[in-house]
Design a protein around this ligand. Structure first.
Ligand SMILES: Cc1ncc(COP(=O)(O)O)c(C=O)c1O
Length: 391
């Protein structure tokens, strides 16, 4: 017997829950792509995409997932043979570095493992050792979705300034934009990439590269017409936004999603994510008092507010995920990039989530732990409720 019928809840770290207003906005006949509403709507997205990134610089829209934005960002600044410094705190920065290698870059990686944030001291050593100034770009992931670590982006900027190193600071905010505070201009980020299916609450399919003047001037010889960010961010004709047919329905969906974010207010969106994350951490603090279950990132200052990676022991990660899915209609994220993967699971709490959803998520996990006989401390739901009540 299963209690899973009813509205399912996809609590994975992307794609995230899609608001009904976004779904409704996309449920329409194909619009005129030559003139009219779609053109106006696309133009209206540009200032709002800059607002969510807190930048006055440029933004280019690509039809593709986050991997497309990764490639676009790299292709616009690199020449074959350039050196990039990859600061790996999980699977995703490693993947971005592999893409840079595929474009012909010489990739230097500092790997901090799967449970720690970027250690700025090691970055400083690498920058100081690069007396010839060969490192063209430093690649970092703000929030690595595989480990749920959050990195200190302003700290990286301060380090580049302190060492006087001219490298570009390139940051992946695919899992943090619209969830965790990010300030592109105030934090001195040269290039930022994100996609639409997490904090931006739109079905996967479009992605974005924001770039400042220093990054534009650094232009290498890797870029091809399709990836070139210049016509996309300053188009003379409408189709140049996309170098082809516009992703019509995604644009409508994104418009609705940005309306939701801006109506709530970006600072409130950050606060909501932080408060709900603190409720989740409070629950895990109780659960971890007995048994093997642990939050992956120990230091709360370095935890994402949008995704939480949990170690539980093999094979309980998979057992719990299957129980939640099949008995309760709740989908949890897999232990991505970890070995053995069935010793981990992840929670997505990004975008269109509120307090009752998080209490339901935690209550379902509690029921699953009990049903499966997985040892855990008591009082988790009380602790989470206390955080929400106090807020
Ligand atoms: C931090 C981060 N970077 C990059 C990606 C890749 O994005 P996509 O799966 O849309 O290609 C993801 C996807 O989850 C991610 O979380």
């Amino acid at each position: 017997m299963s209690l899973s019928n009813g509205r399912a809840y996809l609590a994975i770290p992307g794609p995230s829950v899609i608001p009904d207003a976004v779904l409704r906005a996309m449920h329409r006949a194909s619009p005129n792509i030559y003139e009219g509403e779609l053109h106006d709507l696309t133009q209206s997205l540009i200032p709002d995409l800059k607002t969510v990134a807190r930048t006055d610089h440029n933004v280019a829209i690509y039809i593709g997932n986050g991997h497309a934005a990764w490639e676009a960002a790299l292709a616009n600044v690199l020449s074959r043979g350039d050196t990039v410094l990859v600061l790996a705190t999980g699977r995703f920065c490693i993947g971005w570095g592999e893409m840079a290698a595929g474009l012909g870059a010489d990739v230097q990686t500092i790997d901090y493992g799967a449970q720690a944030p970027i250690d700025l001291a090691l970055v400083e050593q690498a920058l100081v050792a690069d007396t010839a100034g060969r490192i063209k770009a430093v690649l970092a992931v703000h929030v690595d979705t595989s480990t749920s670590v959050k990195n200190d982006v302003p700290g990286l900027r301060a380090l580049l300034d302190k060492t006087g190193h001219p490298a570009l600071l390139m940051v992946d905010c695919i899992a943090s934009l619209g969830c965790d505070q990010f300030e592109m201009d105030a934090w001195g980020v040269d290039v930022m990439v994100a996609a639409c299916q997490k904090g931006l609450m739109t079905p996967a399919g479009i992605s974005f590269v924001w770039y400042g003047p220093k990054a534009d001037a650094a232009r290498g010889n890797c870029v091809t017409t399709y990836w070139d960010w210049r016509p996309r961010s300053a188009p003379e004709m409408y189709f140049q936004y996309f170098d082809g047919t516009a992703p019509t329905h995604h644009l409508y969906g994104l418009r609705a999603a940005l309306n939701i974010i801006l109506a709530e207010g970006l600072d409130h969106v950050f606060w909501r994510h932080e408060t709900l994350a603190r409720a989740i951490w409070a629950a895990f603090d109780q659960w971890s008092k007995t048994g093997a279950m642990r939050l992956n990132i120990l230091d709360p200052a370095h935890r994402s507010h949008a995704v939480t990676s949990v170690e539980i022991g093999s094979p309980d990660g998979d057992r719990l995920r299957h129980w939640c899915e099949h008995q309760a209609g709740l989908t949890l994220g897999i232990g991505l990039g970890r070995s053995p993967s069935d010793a981990y699971f992840r929670l997505g709490h990004m975008g269109h989530v509120n307090a009752q959803m998080i209490m339901g998520l935690l209550g379902t996990i509690e029921a699953g732990l009990t049903a499966l006989g997985i040892a855990h401390g008591r009082g988790a739901l009380d602790a989470a409720a206390d955080v929400i009540a106090a807020a």
